[in-house]
Design a protein around this ligand. Structure first.
Ligand SMILES: Nc1ncnc2c1ncn2[C@@H]1O[C@H](COP(=O)(O)OP(=O)(O)OP(=O)(O)O)[C@@H](O)[C@H]1O
Length: 702
């Protein structure tokens, strides 16, 4: 079969080799392509204390011989054997486990959906190193390069609350873990190829994932490849979700909770977190770890850490949270006696900031790994189990552990927060003969079907409605599935031919999940002392300004009260004066224009008269010289002179009347003398008016 383009016969859908798989591994989950393949003759290291650094992993392999094979990460695990051994062997003092919230609501989506709850679910200490804005690069998991200097958290303004977000892009990581076959399981119908990350059956073809494990692989090896990268991201402030999915009896609880001699993934996460936090605390970081634990049974939510709703009831009655004694959590078996059959059901609510919240979920803060593991174990013991055809102690509920991480590198430094969500889902199964199992089974199958539908829709990139509300499980996982969290899915399968259909269903679910891409944000909060100072300054400034405004208002009202008449009369006088001045200016302008016009007329008329007179006199002289006085020409010249005289007289009369008119106008303008008294000096219009008077006088002389 062509390794590139494959065809899944039963699914009738082409299955393409995932080209991104290795890139995703190298991008999100660090380089995990096999650096070497080890052979082991007996079970691999059973717990963390037996882990060794990478250099010694080969020795372990040699020591254990070669029955099973597993890949070793190229990068050495943060969870080194020595450190883990120290962590697990260290005699921690009796933990003081306390409820940090007595919370009425626990937030599942958590801080990537922004603000931390109770102001404490903040950040990881790696956050100090990665506040700089990141960019998404392709579809492999990418984030910004961590810089030890603090990034945006320190590079931006030092005032005000800053929120810088790192973005992480990638795909859901999907791994497949087959359970080893028993004698009664029947023949194996699958070929497992861990090196090619492939599961094959001749009927349905090949399925490729990020990781495919040998049946005999250890929980630790599974953890290192599939969960540790998510935990590391959580320590950097991103939310992480890990869930085990598969049919009943396929090894989900075995993987998540572990068994004696096989530390489970949850314990390994807890050790990893505290190992890291202990090292950063030594450098002065302020870290907090708290935990909630809930189960979904028959589509109802229950608090596994406070199954009777004790805190809720106490709070309702007294309004004061009473802390549960540490011993009750430290000794789960003693608690079990108090658990009544009537557990108190929790509610899911919409939350504008966090997506959803679980009302009434208890949250305990744990100072160390042992304390946290005791808390989780106590929750495990409260989980409902029952016998099924494939599993004598089958989990009949979906169990979700929420580990909230908060880190601040130093007081005043930005804080980041994240939540690691670890889910051990109930397994799907065929119809059982028992009524109780049938009821549970139908709820389990219904919720898993809803999860499958949501995954299917998300994988198609469908813009249509995603039915998160179809089940409590999808509702709880909604924030994670809709992009607030990095996700790793561990699909556990049976290899037996008896469970062929269920295994194919699980593999198809896994294939669809593989297509889902996400873009996760990390939120950081800076609430350092500079911010507080700045706020103080602003408050003081605000108070000062408020006082000033009051003073000004008072002054204004006082003025208005004492001199209102004076103010109004002054303004009336002023307004009247302005109006009159404007009138005078306009009048002067008009007079100036008239004078100018008259001047021109006079000049023209005088010229004409001069010319006429000159011509008449010349004619008169010529007649007197050449002609007799009785001559007709002489009489004509006399007549002309007579007419000219009359014309001059008429003109003189016209000029006199016009001059009289102008003099009248001038008398009117004498008003301006009165106004001059209240003005500092003559205005341009007044000067023009005076000029006009002079001109009139000149004209009179003409
Ligand atoms: N990888 C494995 N190696 C050895 N034993 C395993 C492995 N996986 C599962 N088992 C064993 O198979 C049995 C069923 O496993 P487990 O309870 O983990 O199944 P499950 O998927 O959680 O089932 P359910 O959904 O019914 O709870 C257990 O006895 C467990 O020890």
């Amino acid at each position: 079969m062509d390794g590139g383009d494959l065809y899944n016969k039963e699914a009738q859908t082409p299955v393409r080799r995932n080209k991104h798989a290795s890139r995703i591994s190298s991008g999100i989950y660090h380089p995990v392509r096999p650096a070497s393949v080890l052979s082991m003759s007996s079970p691999p290291p059973s717990n963390l204390s037996r882990l060794r650094p990478r250099s010694s992993m080969a020795d372990i392999g040699k020591r254990y011989g070669s029955i099973s094979r597993f890949t070793v990460p190229r990068t050495p695990s943060r969870l080194s054997s020595r450190s883990v051994a120290k962590s697990s062997l260290r005699g921690h003092p009796q933990s003081t486990i306390r409820s940090v919230s007595g919370s009425t609501a626990s937030l599942i989506a958590s801080p990537s959906f922004k603000t931390p709850r109770f102001g404490r679910r903040l950040s990881s200490s790696l956050s100090n190193s990665s506040s700089c804005e990141s960019s998404s690069q392709g579809d492999s998991g990418t984030t910004s390069t961590d810089s030890p200097s603090g990034g945006a958290g320190s590079s931006g303004s030092s005032f005000g609350t800053k929120r810088s977000t790192n973005i992480y892009t990638g795909h859901i990581s999907v791994s497949v873990r087959p359970r080893p076959l028993n004698e009664k399981d029947g023949p194996n119908s699958w070929i497992i190829n861990p090196e090619a990350s492939c599961v094959y059956n001749k009927e349905v073809g090949e399925f490729f994932y990020d990781h495919v494990f040998e049946p005999t692989v250890s929980n630790t090896a599974v953890y290192l490849q599939t969960v540790q990268p998510i935990v590391k991201k959580c320590l950097q402030g991103f939310n992480g979700t890990v869930f085990a999915y598969g049919m009943t009896g396929s090894g989900k609880t075995y993987s998540m909770q572990g068994v004696r001699g096989q530390t489970g993934v949850i314990s390994l996460c807890v050790h990893e977190i505290f190992e890291y936090f202990h090292s950063t605390t030594r450098r002065g970081a302020l870290n907090k770890v708290s935990c909630s634990y809930l189960e979904i049974y028959n589509e109802k939510l229950y608090d596994l850490l406070d199954p009777e709703g004790t805190f809720q009831l106490e709070r309702q009655s007294t309004s004061v949270l009473r802390r549960r004694p540490a011993t009750s959590m430290a000794n789960p078996s003693s608690r079990k006696r108090h658990i009544s059959s009537s557990k108190s059901e929790l509610r899911i609510c919409d939350d504008p900031t966090f997506g959803i919240k679980v009302v009434g979920l208890t949250e305990f803060e744990a100072p160390d790994a042992d304390s946290l593991l005791r808390i989780i174990r106590s929750g495990d013991s409260m989980r409902r189990t029952g016998g099924t055809n494939y599993n004598a102690r089958s989990s009949r509920s979906h169990a979700i552990v929420l580990i909230h991480l908060s880190t601040q590198n130093a007081p005043g430094m930005p804080k980041t927060a994240s939540t690691l969500c670890l889910c051990d889902l109930a397994g799907s199964e065929k119809v059982s003969s028992k009524l109780e199992r049938r009821t549970e089974g139908s709820y389990i199958n219904k919720s898993l079907l809803a999860l499958g539908t949501v995954i299917s829709k998300l994988s198609k990139g469908s813009s249509s409605h995603i039915p998160y509300r179809d089940s409590k499980l999808t509702r709880i996982l909604q924030p994670s599935l809709s992009g607030s969290s990095l996700i790793s899915i561990l699909c556990t399968i049976h290899l037996s031919s008896q469970t062929f259909t269920e295994t194919v269903n699980t593999l198809r679910f896994a294939s669809r999940a593989k297509n889902i891409a996400y873009r996760v944000h990390r939120t950081e909060h800076s609430e350092n002392k500079y911010d507080e100072k700045y706020v103080e300054t602003l408050i003081k400034e605000n108070e000062k300004l408020t006082k000033e405004i009051h003073t000004l208002k008072e002054k204004k009202s006082t003025k208005g009260h004492i001199w209102p008449d004076a103010i109004s009369s002054t303004s009336i006088v002023s307004r009247k004066y302005d109006e009159r001045t404007a009138e005078l200016v306009a009048e002067n302008k008009m007079l100036s224009e008239q004078l100018e016009h008259q001047k021109r007329l006079n000049e023209e008329s005088q010229m004409e008269h001069v010319v006429d007179n000159n011509e008449s006199l010349q004619e008169l002289v010529r007649v007197q010289v050449h002609y007799d006085v009785t001559d007709e020409s002489y009489n004509k010249a006399i007549t002309n002179l007579d007419n000219f005289g009359k014309h001059c007289m008429t003109k003189m009369e016209e000029m006199k009347s016009y001059i009289m008119h102008l003099e009248q106008k001038l008398r009117d303008l004498e008003l301006k003398d009165a106004l001059k008294e209240i003005k500092t000096g003559p205005s341009a219009a007044e000067i023009t008016a005076l000029d006009n008077v002079e001109e009139i006088t000149e004209l009179k002389k003409c």
